[in-house]
Design a protein. Structure first.
Length: 220
């Protein structure tokens, strides 16, 4: 099993999954994900961090989380990588590092996905990354501001914005949802079930991030 933390360990993402399951925005037709990260002092990173054979490339490393949440939110069992690209814009001392990447996918049910990942979180930001997800449905949309609300110091994370046929609302769900995945995984191990996450889903997300990396165009 893989720990896709940007969905499984983020209360706003779990809450969004519940909203989608309840039909709050109709059928999901597109997911847009942004996964910026802070690299910090490059010298503080271990050697393997800069070896592509070890870390797999940015679309495998950070992009795996984005692909997994797309499959989950859009209800896809599989997807095709339409285009992917990577670059090293600002780390010439580490030629194997990819500090930017993005990709476009289309799910087996027709839902589309675009995501961007990078190592360019500025030092002035209150968190390691302003991770956001935009989920468009046939009857509404959801925006997740996972780790902060930009410009509001100490705002914390798990901000959920929802608009649909009946309402336009904002909720902060930090500390209100919990993380059901972990308990379900323990029970799956005990009972040999697949309620937390199926292995098919787990490995499909991993396969797609590898495919995205393998076919990525190097733009810088």
């Amino acid at each position: 099993m893989c720990y896709y933390s940007e969905r499984l360990h983020v209360e706003s993402a779990i809450f969004a999954g519940d909203l989608i399951a309840e039909g709050a925005i109709g059928k999901v037709i597109q997911v847009i994900g942004m996964g910026p990260h802070r690299i910090g002092d490059p010298k503080s990173r271990p050697d393997w961090f800069y070896k592509k054979e070890k870390y797999g490339g940015i679309l495998c490393d950070i992009g795996s989380h984005q692909i997994e949440q797309f499959l989950f939110f859009a209800g896809c069992k599989d997807a095709k990588v339409v285009r992917s690209q990577v670059g090293n814009y600002n780390h010439p001392k580490y030629p194997e590092l990819e500090d930017f990447g993005d990709a476009t996918l289309v799910g087996d049910n027709g839902a589309s996905n675009y995501f961007r990942v990078d190592w360019f979180t500025p030092d002035g930001l209150q968190s390691w990354g302003d991770g956001r997800t935009f989920i468009l449905g046939t009857e509404g949309y959801i925006e997740l501001r996972k780790y902060l609300n930009l410009g509001q110091k100490g705002s914390g994370g798990d901000h959920v914005f929802l608009a649909n046929k009946t309402e336009e609302t904002y909720l902060n769900v930090a500390g209100k949802v919990g993380f059901p995945y972990f308990g379900r995984l323990i029970l799956d191990c005990v009972n040999r079930t697949e309620n937390a996450m199926t292995q098919e889903h787990c490995f499909r997300a991993a396969e797609l991030c590898v495919r995205a990396e393998m076919q990525a165009v190097k733009i810088k």
